[in-house]
Structure formats: structure tokens, C-alpha cells
Design a protein around this ligand. Structure first.
Ligand code: UDP
Ligand code: MG
Length: 310
């Protein structure tokens, strides 16, 4: 049982949401006020190119419980979420998108579960994936199943809509990696968890900022940060090909000694092409891990804050 007047921080990443950010924040705020939740907002402008920052400044002026920070450029949603978690001071932290695709009506329920039941993480899980295309759904489901098999981190239908206890946030912020994956980190830390299904709402306005390239990058980041299985796969491939080459080698030698060796280059060309591609794929996989190490070892900050209100 937690305190009824504990401070709840609402963290929202904002990127080019000028048209509706004020109404979105006011909508969430009204729900918090109506349910007598002691709140603060931490709005993170992820280097928007429109007037979102002016809108956030206006919101902060209207209500001193609305903090806002601006990142010096677009660092991506993951970095913006880290900034939000770092700036928040509440006992519980609710993370939600600023386009109201995560229904804010559920926040009081999240807070109630956190307060009354011994739960540290309340996770919104997608009951249906909104208007995403069948192809998108297929890719996402396939990817999460693969990730689960590789890492045992279950992200199927997971979303970034969550309530995290302060202890969970501290645990996540203590992880030193520079390239972060919010969903993965919040699952990796463990703690007592509860899932609450929700229907993904339509975007209030505008379109999603996730291109296929960004999603692919996120997928690569999450695999290379949580699983070394691809590296092991390379060793297995090597072993299998080694055994294959012993068998083929003996056969070739025997036929040579018996005087009826294979003629023609076809076999040689096929083998060369096959082995060449496998080596390149293997090098590529190693390269992805090297790239991770390269980015991590530079030790650059996850984000840079350039402006601050309240
Ligand atoms: N967002 C961000 N930085 C980015 C892209 C998106 O902070 O570089 C924010 C965006 O403002 C929104 C949330 O992340 O609050 C989800 O973005 P979006 O709605 O574009 O993605 P989707 O709902 O399609 O996953
Ligand atoms: Mg959205």
C-alpha cells in the first residue's frame, strides 16, 4: 500500500507536435486533476523543427507543475524518454506518447494498481495494434518472437505506455549504455509487473514519425544489446561447414586417386560463391556488434539539454 498523495510524474516525448500538444497535455492534466492525483509533467521536446517548444513554454507558464526541457537536436524517442526519466522526481513515473495514442483515461487505473497492489511496473499492452498494416504487424510479431527466443525478454504487444516505480527508474538510469531501448531496459530490470491491455487510439493528427529505416535500426539495437546468439550462430555455421568440407574433401581426394576427379569449374564457382556470401554475412554480424562497441566506447552523452522551463 503506497501513499495516496505520492507525486506522479508524467513523462511525454514531443517531436513536431505543435498542432495538438497543448490540448493533449490539457486532456491528460484534466484526468489527473479529476482523479485527485498529485502530478507533475516532464515534457521533453526532442529538437522539434516546428513551434512545439513555444507551446511547451506556454504550458509551463500556465502551470508550474509542468516542467519542460528541450534537447539541443533530434536525438530520437529513446533518448528523449531517458531525459524525461532523469528529470522526473515523482514516486511513480508514467510514460506516454504525446499524440494520445496511449489512452490517458487509463492513468488513474495504473496509479491505483501501483498504489494498492504490490506492483512496481504497470505495463500497457496493445490489445490490438490500431491501424497498423498487416505487413507491419507480421514484422513486429515475428521480431518479438525472435527476440524472446534469443533473450527471453517478452516484448510481444509491449508498448512504451507504462507506469514505473521510482526504484525501477533508478535501476534503469543506473545502466551505463549510451544507446538505450526503453522497452527492453524496463523489461530487463524485472520487478513485480502487471499487464493492462489497451486499444491503440488513432493519432490525434499528423503521421507517425517512425520510418522503416528507424524501426529496423531499433530492431538491430535491441538484438545487439540483449543477445549474443547471432555470434554463436556464426560459430555453428563454421562448424557445420567444416564438417561438410571434410566429407567433400575426402570424396574429392578419393576420386582424384582413383583417377576420376570432377571436371569443370562449376562446382568450384558454386562453392566459392556460397562460402564467400557466408563469410560476408558473418563479418556483417560481427560488424554490427563492433559498431555497438564503437558507439558505447565513445561514451558520449545520451542527449544534450539546451533549454529548460520550471
Ligand atoms: N517522438 C520523439 N522523437 C522522435 C520521434 C517521435 O520524441 O524522433 C515522440 C513523438 O512525439 C510521440 C512518440 O515519440 O510522442 C511516438 O511517436 P509517433 O507517434 O511518431 O510513433 P508511433 O505512434 O507511430 O509509434
Ligand atoms: Mg504515435
Amino acid at each position: 500500500m503506497r501513499n495516496t498523495d505520492s507525486l506522479v510524474s508524467v513523462v511525454m516525448p514531443v517531436y513536431n507536435e505543435e498542432k495538438h500538444i497543448i490540448t493533449s497535455v490539457e486532456t491528460v492534466k484534466k484526468i489527473l486533476v479529476d482523479n485527485k492525483i498529485n502530478y507533475e509533467f516532464v515534457l521533453v521536446d526532442d529538437g522539434s523543427k516546428d513551434s512545439s517548444w513555444e507551446k511547451l513554454t506556454e504550458l509551463s507558464k500556465r502551470d508550474e507543475k509542468i516542467k519542460s526541457v528541450r534537447l539541443s537536436r533530434n536525438f530520437g524517442k529513446e533518448a528523449a524518454l531517458c531525459a524525461g526519466l532523469t528529470e522526473s522526481t515523482g514516486e511513480a513515473i508514467v510514460v506516454l506518447d504525446s499524440d494520445l495514442q496511449h489512452p490517458p483515461e487509463l492513468i488513474p487505473e495504473f496509479v491505483r494498481i501501483w498504489r494498492d497492489e504490490d506492483v512496481d511496473v504497470v505495463e500497457g499492452v496493445k490489445a490490438d495494434r490500431g491501424k497498423e498494416s498487416a505487413f507491419h504487424r507480421l514484422c513486429a510479431n515475428g521480431f518479438y518472437k525472435l527476440l524472446y527466443r534469443l533473450t527471453e525478454i517478452d516484448l510481444l504487444n509491449a508498448s512504451d505506455f507504462k507506469l514505473l516505480d521510482r526504484n525501477v527508474v533508478e535501476a534503469m538510469l543506473s545502466m551505463p549504455e549510451k544507446i538505450t531501448f526503453f522497452r527492453g531496459m524496463s523489461a530487463w530490470v524485472g520487478f513485480e509487473r502487471r499487464k493492462v491491455p489497451f486499444e491503440v487510439q488513432d493519432r490525434v493528427e499528423g503521421s507517425s514519425k517512425w520510418s522503416f529505416k528507424r524501426l529496423l535500426n531499433l530492431a538491430i539495437t535491441s538484438i545487439t544489446s540483449y543477445a549474443s546468439a547471432p555470434l554463436k550462430l556464426i560459430i555453428w555455421l563454421g562448424f557445420i561447414m567444416f564438417i561438410g568440407s571434410i566429407v567433400l574433401g575426402i570424396q574429392t581426394l578419393v576420386r582424384y586417386l582413383l583417377g576420376n576427379a570432377l571436371e569443370g569449374f562449376t562446382t568450384v564457382i558454386l562453392l566459392l560463391l556460397f562460402i564467400g556470401s557466408i563469410i560476408m554475412v558473418a563479418l556483417g554480424i560481427i560488424g554490427l556488434y563492433l559498431e555497438r562497441i564503437y558507439h558505447e566506447i565513445k561514451g558520449r552523452p545520451r542527449y544534450i539539454i539546451s533549454r529548460r522551463n520550471n
